[in-house]
Write a protein that binds this ligand. Structure first.
Ligand SMILES: [Zn+2]
Length: 262
């Protein structure tokens, strides 16, 4: 992965990905370091494969670091989708859907999706960034909500008000019962589950996170944490994945992922 980061060419085949068998069908999860070089040299490299609406969003960042992370993330996501769909990355058009903007959206924010020659690419996607690391989870199915993924760092949950802002009363009680050393990881895993869940349900953060149970009695089809080492992520990361609808299982997705290992 590091090798590709120096060339600007992010290689799907070299990045870490796993297949998660779930009751909602197999989910593919990809993770790694964002290839910052993909976002260098405007008009070249990764920029060349993005849509005008994505480039407009990139330009709007006032922080160079944020702009680079945004572009690199879009490049990674598009290359993975292109590989799975058997298309060229530059041939895909982004077709994001935003619950709040509806038809007024720019097609480049909200729930990710792509078109190929006007037809939706039949993949559900959820993308998350934490510092310069990314997580991308994909399942077969028509794009839109239904799938959520979140990447968090345990270090981001250590501020004083975290428990009051982020946890339900049952969760606050539970974290207080844990040994001190285990609390940061538990908090990060719990937060990652909540974020994944609200992404999957399309609720966004309009819902107060302190009212969302990360460990509900009646779970959606999938709501789980993935151990960071399985995805080649540093040990202080937490990964949450949620899927709330049944997704059909079709061979092409797994077939493409299998080929991608060679
Ligand atoms: Zn919007």
């Amino acid at each position: 992965m590091n090798r590709s980061a120096t060339t600007g060419e992010w290689d799907v085949n070299e990045s870490v990905h796993i297949i998660l068998p779930t009751s909602a069908g197999p989910l593919l999860a990809w993770a790694g370091r964002l290839p910052a070089a993909a976002a260098e040299g405007e008009g070249h490299g990764g920029y060349g494969i993005l849509d005008p609406a994505e480039l407009a969003r990139a330009k709007a960042f006032t922080s160079e670091e944020s702009r680079v992370e945004f572009v690199a993330g879009r490049v990674v996501q598009r290359r993975v989708v292109a590989e799975l769909a058997g298309r060229k990355a530059a041939e895909l058009r982004c077709a994001y859907t935003c619950n709040q903007c509806g038809a007024d959206g720019d097609g480049a924010h909200g729930q990710p999706g792509y078109l190929f020659r006007g037809e939706p690419v039949p993949l559900r996607l959820s993308f998350s960034r934490c510092a310069d690391w990314f997580l991308l989870v994909i399942s077969q199915g028509s794009h839109g909500s239904g799938l959520g993924a979140d990447l968090e760092s345990a270090g981001n949950t250590t501020f004083d008000a975290f428990d009051d802002v982020a946890l339900t009363s049952a969760e606050r009680q539970h974290v207080a019962s844990l040994p001190l050393a285990q609390r940061p990881r538990w908090r990060a895993e719990t937060w990652a589950r909540k974020e994944a869940l609200v992404k999957a349900t399309g609720a966004g953060l309009r819902r107060d996170p302190a009212t969302i149970e990360a460990y509900p009695h009646q779970e959606p089809a999938v709501l789980e944490n993935i151990a960071p080492h399985r995805l080649g992520l540093p040990a202080d990361f937490a990964v949450g994945v949620a899927a709330v609808v049944n997704v059909a299982v079709h061979e092409p997705v797994l077939g493409a992922a299998g080929r991608a290992r060679h």
